[in-house]
Structure formats: structure tokens, C-alpha cells
Write a protein of this length. Structure first.
Length: 278
């Protein structure tokens, strides 16, 4: 194209350049991002990339990439600044999900009889929190509850998102109980439970119920998904049975195998994934 072809008078070459010249974002020429005035630069606290790494999301290097991409917010404001520092009181979200600098931890306890799940009203009463204090320095919470006299599996975690999911009655978690009754369960009552009994005007369905093989008919196995409080006790009470022993032997895909009474263990990575997919 000759100079005479430029009827608009705009220059496409030359040292002066024109307004139509394509901008270069080469090193040193990147556009300056407007500073977010809602966030003040801090001199103390934990670097944001370390906070994310400690939460178990990714490495610090990868965290820098996510920060620069706008995936992280602090107190409702997106932060893209490298080296930004946060306080433990700040609300940090990664992809819209709240995170904490404590790495998520997951444990399962084989609870003993007589151990309280919540604080004991009796001075000196042992609680599950007393036991789990040995597992981690993080604040662990039980998912759901077991009565003081109920034994068996109880999951603990500091992962609030998973705890909320598993505790939601709408999701339903596979549970199997070994139950010992004060007198033999009749065949008629066994069938009633299979068909579903009404508790407080609502029908309660169980996945399965049967006598324990090679044991007296006072011992029953029951599988259900309901997480409603005291639901197993209420089912049998409605049929005039008293539960002498109640043991949760399966929770989700977890079992008591190789886990003695009163002991806990860390969940494997696959077990955590399985619980998250329930």
C-alpha cells in the first residue's frame, strides 16, 4: 500500500506510529491492573499462596497461578496480587469455596460404650473429643452423633464441606447396625420393619433387616440410610422392643476391620474420595 492509498491520513508505519498500531503485551508492556482499593496491602500475616497450600489445595507455585487467574478471593474481594498476606480471621475462598489453612484431615473412631459424643454433664466423663485430641492439633468435629451407650464407627474431620454433605439427611449414608434386643424379634415384626414402620406419622424405610446368622433371634442386623437421631431405637420401640446393645459396624464404605474398640485411624485418600462421592 502506498502513502497515497491512505485516504484517512492515518500512518501505518514509521517511527511516530499511529493509533491503529496493535498494542504489544511483550515483557514490560503488560497493561497495569487497577488496584483494588477495598484491599489494603499488609505487612504481617501469612502469604496467600502459603495459606492455599496449607489448606491442601495445591502447591505454592500452583497457588500463584490460581491467584493471578482470579480464582481466589479474600473477604469477598478477588485478589490477584502476588505476595498478598492474610490473617487467620479473613474469609478466604478458592473457586467460591471457603478454605482454611489447616490441611483437611479425616479419621474414623470405633467408639466404646459409655463415651460421650458431646460434653459430659458428669465431671470427669470421657468424650470422643478427649480421644480425638490425640489425633490432630486441628479442631476435629464428629459427623453426626452416636448415643453414649451406642458403639461403633464415627467419622471426624475439619473439612466443613464434607461434614455438611454427609450430615445432610437428604443425602442418606449407608449404615449397618448390629442390634441386640431384650427379647427375640418375631418373624411378623421382622416383616413389619422390612415393609416400613411409621414413626411420628412418617414411614421409615430400611434397606434390609435380618437375623444375625448362627446367633439367637435377639440379635439382628439392619441396613438403612437415614441419619435421623435415635431412628434405630425408635423403630424397635414402636414394636415394644428395647435395645440392649447397638453397634454401628458400617458407615458409608467404612468398616471396623482391624480397628479395635476405642481406637481411631486416619482414612486413606481413596476412602475420603469414596465418602465425597456418596
Amino acid at each position: 500500500m502506498s502513502r497515497s492509498d491512505n485516504s484517512s491520513g492515518k500512518k501505518f508505519s514509521g517511527r511516530q506510529g499511529g493509533s491503529s498500531r496493535k498494542k504489544s503485551y511483550a515483557r514490560g508492556n503488560a497493561p497495569i491492573k487497577r488496584k483494588n482499593t477495598a484491599l489494603e496491602k499488609r505487612e504481617d500475616g501469612m502469604r496467600l499462596n502459603k495459606y492455599i497450600a496449607n489448606a491442601g489445595i495445591c502447591s505454592r507455585r500452583d497457588a500463584d497461578i490460581y491467584i493471578a487467574s482470579g480464582n481466589v478471593s479474600v473477604n469477598g474481594e478477588v485478589v490477584t496480587e502476588m505476595g498478598y498476606k492474610v490473617q487467620l480471621t479473613d474469609e478466604v475462598k478458592f473457586d467460591g469455596r471457603s478454605i482454611t489453612p489447616d490441611k483437611p484431615e479425616y479419621f474414623v473412631l470405633n467408639k466404646s460404650k459409655g463415651v460421650f459424643v458431646t460434653g459430659s454433664v458428669h465431671k470427669g466423663g470421657l468424650t470422643v473429643m478427649d480421644i480425638m485430641a490425640k489425633a490432630s492439633k486441628s479442631k476435629l468435629d464428629p459427623i453426626g452423633k452416636l448415643d453414649t451407650q451406642t458403639t461403633g464407627l464415627l467419622v471426624f474431620t475439619n473439612d466443613g464441606a464434607l461434614a455438611k454433605k454427609l450430615a445432610n439427611p437428604k443425602n442418606g449414608i449407608r449404615q449397618i447396625y448390629h442390634i441386640k434386643l431384650d427379647h427375640a424379634l418375631s418373624q411378623d415384626d421382622l416383616e413389619k420393619i422390612r415393609e416400613g414402620v411409621y414413626i411420628e406419622s412418617k414411614k421409615i424405610n430400611v434397606t434390609d433387616v435380618s437375623y444375625v446368622k448362627d446367633r439367637p433371634k435377639t440379635e439382628v442386623g439392619m441396613e438403612l440410610t437415614s441419619t435421623k437421631p435415635h431412628i434405630v431405637q425408635k423403630i424397635f420401640k414402636s414394636l415394644s422392643y428395647e435395645i440392649l446393645n447397638l453397634d454401628r459396624v458400617v458407615y458409608g464404605g467404612l468398616t471396623k476391620k482391624d480397628l479395635p474398640r476405642g481406637r481411631f485411624r486416619t482414612l486413606t485418600k481413596q476412602e475420603v474420595i469414596n465418602l465425597g462421592n456418596l
